[in-house]
Design a protein around this ligand. Structure first.
Ligand code: AMP
Ligand code: MG
Length: 346
């Protein structure tokens, strides 16, 4: 299959809409990461997403809408007051809500679950594509399964060349990591996956929120996570990634030591560090994660891909605090590292 990469304009959007209606796949930009979309109401089209990504069939997809009135045909019952409040405050935007599903949503989309994940993205190209398709669009991230999520059209091409007919190029993603997934089927909203909307913001809107305890730890043997995606090794570069956490000076000291030992052992090491810390690593090979948690969210997946492109086989990354956007950043980084985390203090 020949893959076309087109800028977002009226002509490419209308082509993309036709492709979706015909059961095909289109990769497209959103404010979180690039998505790989298909008609959410067509089981065969949805199956093609799993094939193209090499995605395990038990990992459900998010259904994207471009107007709130597209929600009710996808769900059973009315949204709870908390769900309403979240929709009013955060849609369109990087927030996904889990509702009881309606029979109209194929089991392929929800991986057999009786709930469905729905998001109303704010990115104009994503919204225009859904409008052009005149269908809700099921879309996971547009990477090969297990790879870092794509935040530019070039990343999508890297993973999907020859596997999808069309990639819409809308530049770099503004948030840079995936949406916050919130289960609103119970009394208190529960964050299953941290993302572009912070827990602090959600608590402010709803008065209360639970953060699923699987967010910052590996799953236990045989554990079935509430968010099926949590069970897979995710977001990972090819090189071995180690996270070092603790006070800034101790972290820099430990990473310098690990880097030098790796180099002496014939490895090709690389450091991922916040802007303010880069000087602490002298002339060691170092890539910037940006100045703060928001910048790190935007840059992290690209840096993990850069690490691969540089042939780094021993990657050492600084940790950041888990407040605000830091929770989503560390949730992805810890999975990318396979929970290989070292303590620098003491
Ligand atoms: P991706 O778009 O690749 O980030 O994947 C979407 C993620 O949303 C999956 O990995 C799931 O963990 C989560 N998700 C989708 N549908 C549901 C659902 N019905 N219940 C819980 N989590 C879901
Ligand atoms: Mg994904």
């Amino acid at each position: 299959m020949q893959t076309e990469l087109l800028p977002v304009n009226d002509e490419s959007l209308s082509r993309a809409g036709e492709l979706i209606r015909a059961g095909g796949l289109v990769a497209f930009p959103t404010e979180t990461v690039y998505g790989l979309g298909a008609n959410a109401l067509d089981a065969d089209a949805v199956r093609r997403i799993f094939e193209a990504k090499g995605r395990p069939g038990d990992n459900p997809l998010i259904v994207h809408i471009s107007r709130v009135d597209q929600l009710s045909p996808l769900i059973t019952g009315a949204p709870s007051p908390a769900a309403r409040a979240l929709m009013d405050a955060c849609w369109p935007g990087p927030m996904t809500l889990i509702f009881p599903k309606s029979p109209a949503v194929p089991a392929e989309v929800t991986a057999g679950l009786d709930t469905v994940a729905v998001r109303f993205p704010v990115h104009p190209a994503a919204r225009s594509l859904i409008e052009a398709a005149r269908r809700p669009i099921a879309a996971p991230s547009a990477n090969r399964s297990g790879r870092p999520s794509p935040t530019t059209a070039a990343h999508v091409l890297e993973d999907m060349d020859g596997r999808v007919p069309l990639i819409l190029d809308g530049g770099a993603c503004a948030v840079g990591l995936e949406s916050t997934v919130i289960d609103v089927t119970g009394d208190t909203p529960r964050i299953l996956r941290p993302g572009g909307v912070t827990p602090e913001r959600i608590a402010e809107i709803c008065g209360g929120v639970t953060v699923d305890d699987a967010v910052l730890r590996p799953l236990r043997e045989g554990e079935r996570p509430r968010s099926p995606g949590m069970k897979y090794r995710h977001y990972a570069p090819t090189g071995a990634l180690t996270i070092v956490q603790g006070g800034a000076d101790a972290v820099a000291g430990k990473i310098r030591m690990l880097y030098d030992a790796a180099l002496a052992g014939g490895k090709s090491p690389l450091i991922l560090a916040l802007d303010g810390h880069i000087d602490a690593y002298g002339d060691r090979r170092c890539l910037s994660l940006g100045a703060d948690a928001e910048a790190m969210a935007r840059s992290m997946f690209a840096r993990l891909r850069d690490a691969d492109a540089l042939g780094a086989d021993a990657i050492f990354s600084e940790a950041i605090p888990t407040d605000g956007m830091g929770l989503a950043v560390m949730n992805r980084l810890e999975r990318a590292a396979g929970f290989n985390i070292l303590e620098a203090d003491g």
